[in-house]
Ligand binder design. Structure first.
Ligand code: COA
Length: 260
């Protein structure tokens, strides 16, 4: 991998991770996928990071998905290791316990959209288009797309996008509930910062526990889901930040959360 194919930079308490291969529309090479997995794994030890922003370099694409040039010529049997690398990267991002925000600086296709979908929030520029185009390439989404898209937007819309390999605009994606906000490119960074500031006002342990409750409860019976919620609640119940939240409320001042 070229040294700078993925860059990461701590800005305040957010780690900004940038896919940096704009000349190939930030396509996800095997090396990029392995690096993304490393970054996600490192985050477990990073107490200085409260949120993660994933974005792409350039103004054309967040990511055009799997590196199709790298895949070409790879025998079908060997290509499974490429599929595992991209799936591993996307799962690793999905498993980050801190809040994750995808700043979609441009279009997202295939694995690029699957990666965006593994984040908690998607803020998208108004010129972006997106889709899971795999059926047009003789394959199917193989890094979580068939599972994450219906969970996010419902089965009917997911079938429309996946079975037709349709590309939709940012405005349509907003209407489908696939992205959270659409902004002109010039306002992307400031909008992301505003979301980060809002997150910054929340207790970190609460955010990660609530995230875990939502994700672990998915597909469970109500009773099982409520048991998971109770377990996640208890993580916050005995935290210093819970005491700080109550004290700050009583004293009429903003809380100073420590994440413990
Ligand atoms: N893998 C490898 N290279 C890719 C790529 C991918 N997924 N997507 C784009 N590129 C390369 C192009 O081959 C081109 O390289 P070249 O300059 O050597 O010819 C370069 O990136 C620019 O692509 P181009 O299509 O000219 O840019 P664009 O801005 O007009 O369009 C896209 C960008 C993303 C809309 C378009 O490239 C595209 O549709 N890519 C395929 C997306 C896709 O179906 N992904 C699914 C993967 S499963």
């Amino acid at each position: 991998m070229a040294e700078q194919d993925v860059t990461s930079e701590l800005r305040g308490e957010a780690l900004w991770v940038t896919l940096n291969r704009p000349s190939v529309r930030n396509a996800l090479s095997r090396a990029v996928n392995l690096r993304l997995q490393e970054i996600a794994a490192d985050l477990e030890q990073r107490d200085d990071v409260r949120a993660v922003v994933l974005t792409g370099a350039g103004d054309k694409a967040f990511s055009a998905g799997a590196d199709l040039k790298e895949r070409r010529g790879v025998p079908a049997a060997d290509s499974l290791s490429f599929v595992n690398a991209i799936g591993g990267a996307i799962n690793a991002f999905g498993e980050i316990r801190k809040p994750t925000l995808c700043a979609m600086n441009g279009s997202a296709y295939g694995g690029g959209l699957e990666l965006a979908m593994a984040c908690d929030f998607r803020i998208c520029v108004d010129t972006a288009e997106m889709g899971l185009t795999e059926v047009r390439l003789g394959i199917i989404p193989g890094a979580g797309g068939t599972q994450r898209l219906p969970r996010l937007i419902g089965e009917a819309r997911a079938k429309e996008l996946i079975l037709l390999g349709r590309r939709i605009t940012a405005a349509q994606a907003l209407g489908y509930g696939l992205v959270h906000q659409v902004v002109p490119a010039a306002r992307l960074a400031a909008t992301v910062e505003a979301w980060l500031a809002e997150l910054g006002a929340c207790a970190p342990l609460s955010v990660s526990s609530a995230k875990s409750a939502i994700e672990r409860g998915h597909g469970k019976s109500l009773d099982d889901g409520l048991a998971i919620e109770r377990e996640c609640y208890e993580v916050t119940l005995y935290s210093e930040d819970r005491d700080e939240g109550l004290a700050a409320f009583a004293e009429g001042r903003p809380p100073r959360y420590q994440g413990r």
